[in-house]
Design a protein around this ligand. Structure first.
Ligand SMILES: Nc1nc2c(ncn2[C@@H]2O[C@H](COP(=O)(O)OP(=O)(O)OP(=O)(O)O)[C@@H](O)[C@H]2O)c(=O)[nH]1
Ligand SMILES: [Zn+2]
Length: 194
């Protein structure tokens, strides 16, 4: 059976945005706002595009490689959308694994980050999802994922703490069990960062 194609319902978002504009006392017909509901609908379709993307598509570029040391892609810029406030959290991801005879095309690590990040999220869940999909598909000796991000819901509103960074890690396999491997991967991740 063909997989049901789903996508963001832009018509619904347009209607909701019109309601928000009316609720804040705006004139929805003034020139600057006429296209705003449509812009916001397209924006959400873009920010949440990962909801309708299959991460497995990015896990097919696997090569046999007799390399059994850490592979790390560091400083991958990402944004996601906080599910509590619908505001972005923006930062960097560091993704590492210890292969067992198979390596993944390195760009795919960044594609996996984007695929999961472009959804409604908490940073903890996002971190874990990236680690788990790599463990499941590549079956490496271990995976380590660290995300550091600034949450707009904490910088421009609420507690208002610009400059604060949330740091989360997900360690799997050898990086969870073995302190030496863990220290090695974490120190590679932090090299060059302030
Ligand atoms: N753990 C975690 N918390 C998050 C994340 N994104 C946003 N939050 C927090 O979610 C919480 C929601 O708390 P609530 O008390 O329900 O909402 P609120 O009244 O808007 O809270 P304030 O942000 O403190 O004003 C806040 O503490 C946010 O900082 C995330 O990725 N992980
Ligand atoms: Zn938030």
């Amino acid at each position: 059976m063909a997989k049901k194609v789903q996508k963001v319902d832009q018509e619904r978002i347009r209607n909701a945005v019109r309601e928000i504009l009316l609720a804040v006392g705006e004139d929805v017909d003034r020139e600057g706002l006429q296209k705003t509901p449509d812009r916001v609908a397209r924006m959400y379709a873009e920010l949440l595009s990962g909801m309708y993307e299959d991460p497995n598509v990015h896990l097919r570029s696997v090569f046999t490689e007799e390399y059994d040391e850490i592979v790390l892609l560091r400083d991958i810029p990402f944004y996601s959308v906080c599910e509590h406030h619908l505001l972005p959290f923006i930062g960097k991801a560091h993704v590492a694994y210890l292969p067992t005879g198979k390596v993944l095309g390195v760009s795919k690590l960044a594609r996996i980050v984007d695929c999961y990040a472009h959804r409604l999220h908490t940073q903890e869940r996002l971190t874990g999802q990236i680690a788990d999909v790599l463990m499941r598909s590549l079956k490496p000796q271990g995976v380590a994922v660290v995300l550091q991000a600034s949450h707009s819901c904490m910088t421009i509103r609420g507690i208002k703490k610009p400059g604060s960074l949330m740091v989360t890690s997900a360690l799997r396999g050898i990086f969870k069990k073995d302190a030496r491997s863990r220290n090695e991967v974490l120190s590679l991740m932090h090299q060059g960062t302030a």
